[in-house]
Design a protein. Structure first.
Length: 355
């Protein structure tokens, strides 16, 4: 199996189209498969240890959701792909974590790719590749590893809440996508808190390299989020506008609402992107202002001591015929002139509000 686990660079090294390779870095995860088989009256939740055990549920008359965790298990992906007659290019995109969000239509199923985004306990951005296959009466989800945002959907199926148990598989696909998009709002909220904290640091503390590093890291996070979310607008719009046989008219109403949510998230991402660029400009302006303050002090000091240095230089020349050389009070008078010049310049700068 390790031969099928390649880096993104190796993935593009001339392999034939349809070659299934896992390009992610979660290579040690175990295969985990859970099955939800339900209708309005009954419900079954089960964990299976082999991919072949899910085929009977796909062929049942009830709605089936098969959730597969572990994209590094290439053989399991091949096996379910062979049973469901999935195109080799679909199987390639399932394992390719670099694939951008998209939707493909085939004769008997729809294929959708999304990015599941969330912050871990250390507030580091995690981007997880997730794929959906919608067939007649079933939905198959492929995830990189354990942990997702679908617990609310599991509870609704288990406790028969909402419409999911009374609707078809197309509504289940919508509900799963909606759970991913709803989590984007949590992501945006955390991003907004990070930006506010950086703004406070810029105004309350002396800017340092740590703040510049935090701004740069936040900018990279926003660009990654934007890259993951923006293509999703086209995906949902196509689901809503195009007349797919597997998408019912009732579900299209919900897809329109999902599209509105995507637009709202996209707008927030653009706003935060502009705000982060503003933070960088603010940081550079603050640094420039601090430098200007230093240069201002040095310039005032130089302006004060230049005439004093001139006077000291004139009377430090080694000429015998300097008129004031043998004057009894010349030394005291020179000191008096220098002190007068010093305080005169201080008064002038103060009056100009340069001090």
């Amino acid at each position: 199996m390790s031969d099928n686990i390649l880096s993104p660079a190796e993935k593009q090294s001339g392999l034939a189209p349809g070659t299934i390779v896992y390009t992610g870095d979660k290579t040690s995860g175990e295969l985990y498969i859970e099955v939800f088989n339900y209708d309005k009256e009954s419900y079954l939740e089960k964990e299976v240890d082999h991919i072949g055990n899910v085929f009977t549920y796909i062929d049942s008359e009830k709605i089936t959701w098969i959730n597969i965790n572990g994209l590094n298990h290439i053989e399991a992906i091949k096996e379910i792909g062979s049973y469901c007659n999935l195109h080799p290019l679909i199987l390639e995109d399932i394992a390719n974590t670099q694939q951008r969000p998209k939707i493909d239509e085939y004769d008997t199923y729809l294929f959708v790719v999304l990015k599941m985004l969330y912050f871990d306990k250390d507030e580091n951005l995690v981007i997880e590749h997730i794929s959906f296959v919608l067939g007649e009466g079933y939905v198959i989800t492929f995830q990189e590893s354990d942990g997702d945002v679908f617990d609310t959907i599991r509870n609704r199926i288990k406790h028969n809440k909402g419409r999911v148990r009374t609707m078809k598989a197309d509504y289940l696909l919508y509900a799963l996508m909606d759970a991913v998009v709803d989590n984007y709002f949590n992501l945006i909220e955390v991003m907004g808190d990070k930006i506010e904290e950086l703004e406070d640091d810029l105004f309350q503390e002396t800017p340092n390299d740590d703040i510049a590093h935090d701004i740069q890291s936040l900018k990279k996070e926003v660009l990654k989020i934007r890259k993951a979310i923006f293509p999703l607008r086209e995906v949902v719009n196509r689901l809503d506008k195009n007349e797919y046989q597997l998408i019912g008219e009732k579900t299209q109403f919900y897809l329109r609402d999902l599209y509105d949510h995507i637009i709202q998230v996209s707008e927030n991402v653009e706003i935060y992107r502009d705000m982060i660029w503003g933070l960088m400009d603010m940081y550079m302006t603050t640094i420039s202002n601090k430098m200007n303050e230093v240069m201002k002090v040095l310039t005032i000091m130089a302006s004060i001591f230049i005439p004093l240095t001139f006077l000291a230089g004139v009377y430090g020349m080694n000429f015998e015929n300097i008129p004031e050389l043998r004057y009894r009070y010349g030394y005291h008078i020179l000191w008096g002139v220098m002190i007068l010049v010093f305080f005169s310049l201080l008064y002038y700068f103060k009056r100009k509000k340069w001090l």
